[in-house]
Design a binder for this molecule. Structure first.
Ligand code: TRP
Length: 349
């Protein structure tokens, strides 16, 4: 009896050790399309979340440059530079590349191979029903001219996730339909051939959308962003131009902090005396100009460490290259081994 208990205790302690060493950690696959410099919406909605999950999970961070081709197939000149800049933005935000490899999708050909195989396991009508693609098609007027590759956007995304056997995928709410397709593809593959893939779960960011300087959601296409790499002068200028409560026109007018982007930024990036700010805005005692100046100082100190890291990497371009090369080779190792399992499950050579 005692022997059995001892065996259990031994197995438990082994597992405990493996857990601590990270062997049993769940895996996160996160990614972004390299569409330009990142803004505060990315920082608050995604990057800070990624940084917080660095120790609890094993993270792989993907630069989805092939995904960028779905809409920018005719503007490829900036793609490489955008990918590099995004790596620098991620590093500046605190991603530790030793813990969490950063790699570029197009450097790992296995993404294309798995994408092709998965594309056989989903029907065209299923992809056409995907609300995320539908919405984008409408917004960009692509309904009748959508490319085959664009329709397959979520299939490529499923390949990104499944190649690394990702358990969790941090995404915005709008990405959930894509993730549902990845889950379906994992199930379908496992059922048809052999159990190779875990079913990935979406982890929706708790911090919703950040408003832009015009109070709509912050987005590059709306030209209302504040970049995480913004220079202090243009940061000040953007804040000065930022919309506040449209009913608060003169100093002394009572304000409604709940509709004011400046107040939202304060809450998120500079919450000092936030109660007092709220009360004084509502009573009219606090004017927008002074409030904005306060936020400018607060945001500058919030972003100072981010700016400092960016300056470092801009001055050490070789290090950025090394980080990407190292991420690529660590990712490739996993991708190759998954593809071996996939081919063997499918009895392909
Ligand atoms: N579709 C994601 C976006 O637009 C980018 C992406 C591509 C991604 N592959 C991924 C995100 C894999 C998570 C996992 O933001």
């Amino acid at each position: 009896m005692l022997a059995i208990v001892n065996v259990f205790l031994y197995i438990y302690s082994l597992n405990h050790r493996r857990h601590k060493e990270g062997i049993l950690k769940k895996r996160i696959l996160s990614g972004m399309r390299p569409t330009g410099r990142l803004h505060l919406g990315h920082l608050a909605g995604a990057l800070e979340n990624w940084v917080n999950l660095q120790d609890e999970y094993e993270n792989y961070h993907l630069i989805a440059d092939w995904h960028a081709l779905t809409t920018a197939y005719d503007q490829t000149a900036d793609l490489q530079e955008n990918s590099r800049q995004m790596v620098i933005d991620w590093l500046s935000a605190g991603i530790d590349p030793q813990k969490s490899p950063i790699f570029i999708q197009s450097h790992i050909p296995e993404h294309a191979e798995l994408h092709l195989i998965l594309s056989m396991l989903v029907t065209v009508p299923r992809l056409q029903r995907n609300p995320a693609v539908k919405e984008q098609a409408q917004a960009l007027h692509l309904e009748d001219i959508m490319s085959y590759g664009h329709l397959g956007y979520p299939v490529l995304q499923a390949a990104d996730i499944l190649l690394y056997k990702g358990n969790l995928v941090p995404v915005g709410e709008d990405q959930m339909p894509h993730l549902e397709i990845a889950r379906e593809l994992a199930r379908r593959f496992n059922k048809l051939y052999a159990r190779v893939f875990p079913e990935p779960e979406g982890k929706v960011n708790v911090f919703g959308r950040l408003p832009g300087t015009d109070a709509q959601r912050m987005s590059k296409s709306l030209n209302n962003t504040i970049l995480i790499s913004e220079e202090p002068e243009s940061l000040g200028l953007k804040l000065r131009k930022c919309i506040t409560d449209p009913q608060k026109i003169r100093m002394g007018d009572p304000g409604r902090p709940e509709v004011c982007p400046i107040f939202t930024y304060r809450k998120k990036f500079y919450p000092e005396n936030i109660k007092e700010i709220e009360v004084d805005c509502k009573s009219g005692k606090l004017g927008c100009v002074v409030c904005k100046q306060g936020l400018a100082t607060g945001l500058e100190s919030y972003l100072a460490p981010v700016w400092e890291k960016r300056r470092y990497y801009e001055n050490h371009p070789d290090e950025v290259d090394e980080i990407i090369a190292d991420g690529d080779s660590r990712a490739r190792l996993v991708a190759k081994s998954t593809m071996e399992e996939v081919r063997s499950a499918m009895k392909l050579p």
